[in-house]
Each structure stands twice: as C-alpha cells, then as structure tokens.
Design a protein around this ligand. Structure first.
Ligand code: FAD
Ligand code: NAP
Length: 315
C-alpha cells in the first residue's frame, strides 16, 4: 500500500513529490507518462520564476527537479494512469496503462490542462516562437509592440485586456461578431482604445522567419483577407482540463468538478473526497503559472501527510 500516489510529473507533481517524501512519507510514487517537467518544458524562455534570472528555457528550469525529489525517495513510474477509483475502505486503486493496479492511502492529482490549438497554417511551426497560449507568461516580450489575440470567449477577452496594458495595440480576431464572454468583459474590451476588433475573421496563416513570427493573415467570411504585421499571436480558443483519470466507468467523476471540468478544491487543495487532493492547472481558478502549480503541490503534500498520519499509515 502506497502512502501517496502522485499523478502527473509537472511542477505541481514534482513539488508534491518533494514535500511528501522529505516530510516523512515512505512509499510515494509519482506516475508521469513522459519525462518529468510538465508543459513548461515546451517553453523557450521563462522570465517569471522567482529567483531565476538570466535567459533560461523551461527545460533548463525543470531539469534539476526530479533529481532533487529522488534524493528523498520519490519513485518515478513512467506510465500513464488510466483511472483512480476509491474502495469501500476509503483507499484508492490506481489503474495503470500497463494493466497493473497499485493501492494508495492518499492521491494527489496533478495532470494539468492543455490549451487547444485553433488549427491554422503555421500555428504548430511557430508555437513558442511568436505563437503563445499564455499572456502572463509571454506578454512582456511584446512590450510596446502590436499583437493579435484569437478567440471570443472570456479567456480571449480578459487576456486581450491584459495585453492592452503592455502592448501598443491588440487586434482581437474573432470568427463571429458576437462574443461568448460575459457582457461586462465585452464592454470593457470595447471601451479600451488600443484594442481593435477584427470580426467575422479566422486566422488563415501565420508566417515569419528564423527569428519568429512576422505577421498573421486573417480571412473574412466574404473570402477577403487582411495582413496584420504582428510579431506575437495569442491563441485562446478553449482549454482541455486533463481530468480523465477521475472519470469513473459510469461516466461520473470521482470528485466534484465544475462545468468546465476543473477540479473543485479548497485552499488546502482538498477535493470533496477524503484523501484525494488536486494541484496545479487542473484545479478551479488556477492561475496557470509554474510558481502557483509548485505552491499547490506543496500545499497538497502537507495535507496528504496529515491525512496519512491520521489514518495510522506512514510511520
Ligand atoms: P503540467 O505542467 O501540465 O504537468 C502535468 C503532467 O501530468 C504532464 O507532464 C503530463 O504528461 C502528466 N500527465 C497528464 N495526464 C497523465 C496521466 N493520465 N498519467 C500520467 N501522467 C499524466 N508558466 C509560467 O509560470 N511562466 C511562463 O513563462 C510559462 N510559459 C509557458 C509557455 C508554454 C509554451 C506553456 C505551454 C506553458 C507555460 N506556462 C508558464 C504555464 C506552466 O507551464 C503551467 O502553469 C504549469 O506547467 C502547470 O503545472 P502542472 O504541474 O499543473 O501541470
Ligand atoms: P470558450 O468559452 O470555449 O471560448 C473559445 C472561443 O474561441 C470562442 O469564442 C470560439 O468561437 C473561439 N474558437 C474556438 N475554436 C476556434 C478556432 N478553431 N478558430 C477560431 N476561434 C475558435 O473558451 P474560454 O474562453 O477558454 O473559456 C472556457 C470557459 O471558462 C468558459 O465557460 C468561460 O466562461 C470560462 N472562463 C471564465 C472566466 C471568468 O469568469 N472570469 C475567465 C476565463 C474563462 P465561437 O464563440 O464562435 O464558438
């Protein structure tokens, strides 16, 4: 029986691994289907992790994290978890992709979320080199410059408002002329002078050179096109929360999730199921930042230690 099973090896999972093992739990396994590090390893530059200065890639940032955890006894199983189920006794079964099943007293789910791609030409080629899905992360690189935002939901409009404070101009490209975003957010966007709405338009192609993006061509419903000379394009067309491991055989979720599939937790990262915690990008109101995911992981780990002690395990 494991004291704690951690699912996902991004910043949240690795920090949970560090704190649970260093905090005294003996049998802790972190299940990560790929190399540990999480989605930040796709980033070519991270400037906002406190205390880390100089030019550093996401890969560089995450490189020492697994070794630090392993020193305290964290075991990494490179396998995908298919599902977590709870027994009548209140412990958890971890159903692994390789057919094995592990049992655990507590579980911390840290499987993150995945921004959707819009599917236009050049989007994948220039991802991380001018195409971004995170204004907090990358907006500063376009200080005083013009950028384009794709989407018409709450995220697109809120991020466009954020970027409008940093960038000289924001083109808001949306495929319809009505927005999904809340009316007051639409009103704020409309009254921001340096946001220009480009409506009934979809991105046709983003293009550039070895340095990155130099422009975006959009196509209108009537077939006409327009070139936007922007070095940055922010895509906000929805987000997939990686909550599949919580889905039970009957389609219900093991714990409470909100309408968008985000796991509902309290300030201690506790779900509504005793012994089950969630940390990082898949939880409600996640700021989707490495430092926040790491903080969540530490918080969840401290709670998991207390829970395991209370159950009389982990001695
Ligand atoms: P993730 O990092 O998504 O990690 C989840 C892990 O779980 C993944 O490794 C995945 O393989 C694994 N996993 C998922 N499902 C399973 C399963 N069923 N079984 C086993 N393993 C599973 N943040 C910043 O603070 N600053 C930045 O500059 C910044 N730039 C970014 C640039 C890019 C290109 C991207 C994509 C993100 C950026 N972010 C940045 C956001 C940051 O990466 C995330 O907020 C952070 O990684 C979330 O951490 P997490 O541990 O919650 O999830
Ligand atoms: P969303 O509401 O699904 O909006 C996605 C937007 O992208 C839509 O406007 C959609 O256009 C557009 N889109 C989708 N695919 C596209 C494509 N391939 N090409 C071009 N455009 C495309 O996603 P979200 O904004 O991330 O929000 C997700 C959920 O979180 C929503 O329920 C939202 O209300 C909520 N949220 C709430 C807040 C808040 O309350 N403050 C903040 C952020 C998010 P169409 O409109 O034409 O479909």
């Amino acid at each position: 029986m494991l004291d704690c099973a951690i699912i996902g090896g991004g910043p949240a999972g690795l920090t949970a691994g560090l704190y649970t093992t260093r905090g005294g739990l003996k049998n802790v396994v972190m299940y990560e289907k790929g190399m540990p590090g999480g989605q930040i390893t796709q980033s070519s530059e991270i400037e906002n992790y406190p205390g880390v200065t100089g030019e550093i890639t996401g890969m560089d940032l995450m490189m020492p994290w697994p070794e630090q955890c392993q020193k305290f006894g964290l075991v990494h199983e490179m396998v995908e978890v298919e599902r977590v189920v709870r027994s009548e006794a209140g412990t958890f079964s971890i159903l692994r992709g390789d057919g094995k099943v592990d049992e655990a007293v507590s579980v911390i789910v840290c499987t993150g979320s995945t921004p959707k791609r819009a599917g236009f030409k050049g989007e994948d080629e220039f991802f991380g080199r001018g195409i971004s899905t995170c204004a907090t992360c990358d907006g500063f690189f376009y200080k005083g410059k013009e950028v384009a935002v794709i989407g018409g939901g709450d995220t697109a409009l809120e991020e466009a408002l954020y970027l409008a404070k940093i960038c000289s101009k924001v083109y808001l490209v949306h495929r319809r002329d009505a927005f999904r975003a809340a009316p007051n957010t639409v009103e704020r966007m409309r009254s921001t002078p340096n946001i220009e709405q480009v409506l009934n338009a979809v991105p046709d192609e983003v293009y550039g050179d070895a340095m990155g993006v130099t422009g975006l061509r959009v196509k209108f419903k009537d077939g006409t096109t327009r070139e936007l000379d922007v070095p940055g394009v922010f895509v906000f067309v929805g987000n997939d929360v990686n909550n599949a491991v919580l889905k039970q055989e009957d389609g219900s979720f093991l714990c409470k999730v909100n309408d968008w599939g985000q796991v509902v937790v309290d300030l201690s990262m506790r779900t509504d199921v005793p012994g089950l915690f969630a940390a990082g990008d898949l939880r409600i109101e996640a700021p989707k930042q490495v430092v926040c995911a790491a903080g969540d992981g530490a918080t969840a780990a401290l709670q998991a230690i207390a829970y395991v002690d209370e159950k009389g395990h982990g001695q």
